[in-house]
Ligand binder design. Structure first.
Ligand code: PMP
Length: 402
């Protein structure tokens, strides 16, 4: 049988991270590749109690539900959004999705006709690049530095391309771990407001902060306006568990209506059972999500510092350029010019450690000497061993190739 697949799906490359994850499963390979949370910190007991509550509700959790999501969960997320993020939300401005990945997919589905331009940071979240590619977007990278997108370049590209939207991960970004300055957030909002271009703010990591230094979300800077230009998405994947596939998106209600139409053709609605468990968890008398997130952030900070010690002190990293993350799950490392991180990966896997090369995170020309290292998944002792192996690979590689 010769299968005749759509040109749309044939044009999409498989995710480099997912391919690497496949490669590393069950092989004794230490993985700094995926964006996996620490599974020993999943709040299993609290989830068990919450699910028992849901079973006590009777059949409700097992019937079809609303496309927009379970009302109680939407209300509770809306309350959290206001309290913790200063983002005001009405019930018809929020929809539950099967993870923020689905928010990205539905937003692109609702907004993009083939050939439409989307502006992104460079580098940016590679699975969003995949989504944009699937819908035939013309993805243009905006020059970015440690503080966010460069204002002159945003302005020039808004004028030149009249994009459908601008996609950003401004807080503890994937892959760079960067946090945009408040000024850069304000500039993006002002320019997009002037040009009437939507912003999609993707914020899965914002709560995993290593200090008290809280930067406002772009959606919070916009506040309670009649015609929101900011759509905001977040998720329980990084703070509770990714396996429950539950996230949310906040946008103008006309946008939400279109996203709901798109969701009906994808999965009708997200799992009611999972939504109700999470809804119970948010109001639990015995479990505090805030305390949990606080603990998790301390755990991740320790792991980040463990990895940082190697990057700072081990000889092979001497010429590498990187910044200490202030939150989130990733280091972004720039190796000496000329070193190809994809070739390094093969050598590293041979030594029993994996990471993600930077190349697939770029829209357009890539910096091939970059890599993303995840520190949230492995425990500190494992990080030590993994960084010893990786250091050896980098050392050999530098000796051989530079
Ligand atoms: N956006 C970004 C920036 C991410 O890093 C991820 C997870 N890797 C997602 C969206 C998707 O997360 P989920 O679908 O699990 O909510």
């Amino acid at each position: 049988m010769k299968y005749s697949f759509s040109s749309r799906i044939e044009a999409v490359k498989s995710s480099a991270v997912r391919d690497i994850l496949k490669l590393t499963q069950g092989q004794g390979i230490i993985s700094f590749a995926g964006g996996l949370p620490a599974e020993e910190w999943f709040p299993i007991d609290a989830l068990k109690s919450a699910s028992e509550e849901v079973f006590r509700m009777g059949t409700q959790a097992f019937q079809y539900g609303l496309t927009e999501g379970a009302t109680s969960l939407r209300e509770r997320i809306a309350k959290r959004m206001l309290t913790y993020r200063n983002i005001p939300v009405e019930l018809d401005e929020i929809m539950i999705t099967s993870g923020s990945q689905q928010s990205l997919d539905l937003f692109a589905k609702a907004m993009i006709d083939p050939g439409d331009v989307v502006l992104v940071e460079n580098p940016t979240y590679l699975a969003c690049l995949q989504v944009l590619q699937l819908y035939g977007a013309n993805v243009i990278g905006v020059e970015s530095d440690d503080y966010g997108m460069i204002p002159e370049d945003i302005e020039a590209k808004l004028k030149q391309y009249k994009p459908k939207f601008v996609y950003v991960v401004p807080t503890f970004s994937n892959p760079t771990g960067r946090v945009w300055s408040v000024e850069r957030r304000e500039v993006l909002l002002r320019l997009c407001t002037e040009h009437e271009v939507l912003i999609l703010e993707d914020d899965p990591y914002g709560e995993l902060r290593f200090s008290n230094n809280k930067v406002p979300n772009i959606a919070a800077l916009e506040g309670n306006v009649a015609n929101r230009i900011v759509a905001y998405t977040s998720t329980f994947s990084k703070t509770v568990t990714p396996g429950m596939r539950t996230g949310w998106i906040i946008a103008d209600k006309r946008v939400i209506q279109r996203l709901a139409r798109g969701k009906q053709s994808s999965d009708l609605h997200s799992s009611v059972f999972d939504q109700l468990i999470l809804s119970e968890l948010l109001e639990s008398a015995t479990f505090s999500l805030d305390d949990h997130i606080h603990k998790l952030s301390l755990v991740y900070k320790e792991r980040m510092e463990t990895m940082a010690t190697h990057l700072q002190q081990d000889e092979p990293w001497r010429e590498a350029v990187w910044k200490m993350p202030q939150g989130g799950m990733f280091f972004w490392v720039e190796l000496p010019e000329g070193l190809d991180a994809e070739a390094l990966l093969k050598c590293a896997v041979g030594k029993g450690v994996a990471f993600v090369p930077g190349t697939p995170f770029f829209a357009g020309a890539a910096k091939r000497n970059t890599m993303r290292l995840n520190y949230s998944f492995a425990e500190p002792e494992v990080i030590h061993t993994g960084m010893d192996r990786l250091g050896e690979a980098v050392g050999e590689f530098l000796g051989r190739h530079v």
